[in-house]
Design a protein around this ligand. Structure first.
Ligand code: HEC
Length: 163
C-alpha cells in the first residue's frame, strides 16, 4: 500500500517534470527567430496583384467561398452523398464559377499567368465533377488532390496586398 503510494508520487513528479520540459521546449521554439515555421514565410516572392479596394473585397469573398466549398465537398463525401459532392464541385469550383467571378471583376487587372492558373484550377474541378458519379474514392481522391494542388500553385505565385 505504502509502496504503491510512493510509486504514484514518483510517477506524478516525473510526469510534471516531463510536462515542464516539453512546454519549455515549445516556448523556446516559438521565441527563436531561427524557428523553421517563421522562416517558411520569408522571403515572400509572390507577385502582388494591385486591385482596388472593392475588387480586393470581391476576390476575398470568392476565396473564402472556395474554402467553404472544399469543406462542404469533404462533408458530402464523408456522408457518401456523391450527388451533392458533384453539384457543389461543379457549381462552385467549375467554369461556371469562373465566368461568374470574371463578370464581377475586371479581367484586365489580372496578369495572363494568373488567369492560366485560375483556368487550370477550374479544369481540375471539372475533372473532379466527372469522376464523382463513380462513387469510387480511389478515383475521386486523386482528382480532388489535383484541385487542391491548383489552389496551392496559385497561392505560391500571387498575393493581393502590398506588405
Ligand atoms: C488563380 C489563383 C488562385 C486560385 C486557383 C486559388 N486562389 Fe485562393 N487566393 C489567391 C490569392 C491571390 C489570394 C490572396 C493572398 C494574399 O494576398 O495573401 C488568395 C487567398 C485565399 C484565401 C484567404 C482569404 C482571406 O481571408 O484573405 C483563402 C481561404 C483561399 N484563397 C482559398 C482558396 C482555395 C480553397 C482554393 C482552391 C479551391 C483557392 N483559394 C484557389 C489566388 C488563388
Amino acid at each position: 500500500m505504502r509502496r504503491g503510494h510512493m510509486v504514484s508520487r514518483v510517477g506524478v513528479f516525473c510526469l510534471s517534470a516531463l510536462v515542464s520540459i516539453a512546454t519549455g521546449c515549445v516556448e523556446q521554439k516559438a521565441r527563436s527567430p531561427a524557428d523553421g515555421v517563421t522562416q517558411v514565410h520569408l522571403p515572400d516572392v509572390r507577385t502582388p496583384i494591385p486591385l482596388g479596394a472593392d475588387a480586393q473585397q470581391e476576390h476575398r469573398a470568392v476565396m473564402l467561398q472556395h474554402l467553404e466549398t472544399v469543406q462542404a465537398i469533404v462533408a458530402a463525401l464523408a456522408d457518401e452523398d456523391y450527388r451533392l459532392a458533384q453539384g457543389l464541385t461543379e457549381s462552385h469550383l467549375g467554369f461556371f464559377m469562373h465566368r461568374y467571378a470574371m463578370a464581377r471583376q475586371e479581367p484586365a487587372d489580372f496578369p495572363p499567368a494568373y488567369h492560366d492558373l485560375a483556368m487550370a484550377h477550374h479544369a481540375a474541378a471539372e475533372k473532379l465533377t466527372d469522376v464523382m458519379p463513380t462513387k469510387d474514392l480511389k478515383q475521386i481522391l486523386p482528382e480532388f488532390n489535383n484541385v487542391l494542388k491548383a489552389c496551392v500553385a496559385c497561392h505560391l505565385e500571387y498575393r493581393l496586398r502590398h506588405s
